[in-house]
Design a protein around this ligand. Structure first.
Ligand code: ZN
Length: 211
């Protein structure tokens, strides 16, 4: 199982990331993606422990698509056949390490792929129960009861089907693979004692503590 993460898939977040890290705002012809290993998974709303190597871990709330069919070089028009359920996740990011990596032109793995950096909702919801259109879903994240991120998948720069088509040109998608589809604006740091709650179309899927 692999975790595929999309970078800069919402314009307002690409702008805030540019201001924070100096990374270009994108405008790429293809989605930018990177991998997290399966050891990055944080399941069952277990608490997230801030790792000692970072002074600035950020939350990034994202719609997660679970692949349920094997495929490679998938045409965009057939991509919908490869998923049926969606959930929510947090792409925890050691922003201080990422800033350094970007400045040095180095890969992002130390900032992105560390243990428990991919929080995943225990529940995945059939798209049919959410109206059927993956590009018309609202989700939001609150920290300690205050809304910090609100997104609609209608605002994605690269649609889920386009992402599947692009990534599968390079790497085979397998059952159980997860695609973190990028975060809307409003990312920020977590601190011990914080409580993160995230909902998809009004259904609370994530509710866990930072330690
Ligand atoms: Zn992300």
């Amino acid at each position: 199982m692999k975790i595929i993460c999309i970078g800069r898939n919402y314009r307002a977040h690409a702008e805030e990331l540019h201001r924070d890290t100096g990374l270009s705002e994108g405008g790429n012809a293809e989605p930018v993606w990177f991998l997290k290993p399966d050891t990055a998974l944080l399941r069952n709303n277990d608490p997230f422990y801030i790792p000692a190597f970072s002074q600035e871990v950020h939350y990034e709330c994202e719609l997660v698509v679970r692949i349920d069919r094997v495929g490679r070089s998938i045409a965009e028009k057939f991509a919908r056949r490869y998923y049926n359920e969606v959930g929510l996740g947090i792409d925890f990011t050691a922003r201080d390490l990422q800033r350094r990596a970007i400045a040095q032109g180095l890969p992002w793995e130390r900032a992105k792929a560390f243990d428990r950096s991919a929080a995943l909702s225990p529940e995945f919801v059939p798209l049919a129960d959410l109206g059927g259109d993956v590009q018309n879903l609202r989700f939001e994240l609150s920290v300690n009861g205050q809304v910090r991120q609100q997104g609609s998948t209608a605002e994605m720069l690269f649609t889920v089907d386009r992402i599947i088509a692009a990534v599968s040109q390079y790497t085979t998608l397998r059952m159980g693979d997860l695609i973190f589809t990028g975060t809307p604006a409003g990312v920020g740091p977590v601190a011990p004692g914080d409580c993160l709650r995230a909902s998809l179309e009004g259904r609370e899927l994530l509710n866990f503590d930072i330690r």
